[in-house]
Design a protein around this ligand. Sequence first.
Ligand code: APR
Length: 260
Amino acid sequence: MSEEKEMSEKENVEALAKILHDAERVAVLTGAGISAESGIPTFRGEEGLWKTYRAEELATPSAFHANPTLVWEWYDWRRGIIGSKEPNAGHKVLARWENIFPEFSLITQNIDGLHEKAGSKNILELHGNIWRLRCLEEGTIIENYDTPLKEIPPRCSDCNSLLRPHVVWFGESLSSSVIQEAFQSSSSCQIMFVIGTSAVVQPAASLPLTASEAGAKIVEINPDPTPLTSYCDFSFRGKAGEILPMIDNELKRESSVLKE
Ligand code: APR
């Protein structure tokens, strides 16, 4: 990295830490990129899932009805990968921030459960969670961490109906209470971090715009620019697992200086 870029990044981190230090209401939107350093493939990156697999064959209600076994084999494979991975430094910083800001909301598009594994408690999972299964008949949701699954397709132990992954597929709506809460915290936060998302999938991609319109500072962390970059007050070209600890260390330094 050029000296000039390093300097400007350092200055940006310092400037951001000052603002962050005085903030009370902080919101964070994460995408697949925050789990990339944990070894989980993203969707649209170089080795992204959608480069190899066709979403319409695996992540839609009609695909599931057409071939539940194929869809479940694919989710079982993903659970196998995700189950063997650990949260990285990026996830851990966000878990710490939950305890230091009076109002902190973590909104994720990820279904991998790594935020929870890192210790985050209040997580708005916009697209569901791969470790939860839902009965097609009764709608009951059960937690299951078996890798591999004992039975494919898995069935409801009460009514023997098919279980489906408790995730949001293309063409399906999000939980209205979850998305409402996400827009609520986006429109009331003072700072919103947008971490590891290509910002092309709605309604998640509208959350930072809502925050920006409400006057919040927008901070993007992504090795690549996105359609949101031009709306950002800070845009860090780098990896979440490296940039978040840098910001957090500067925040700690800022807090200790101000305490003296
Ligand atoms: N740190 C930060 N960002 C990263 C990193 C990293 N280490 N590695 C990659 N990225 C960035 C990529 O540059 C890309 O912009 O993460 C982004 C991942 O984008 P996508 O693969 O499109 O994932 P996401 O935005 O989460 O997808 C949204 O689409 O497929 C659906 O439901 C699925 O939740 C998903 C939604």
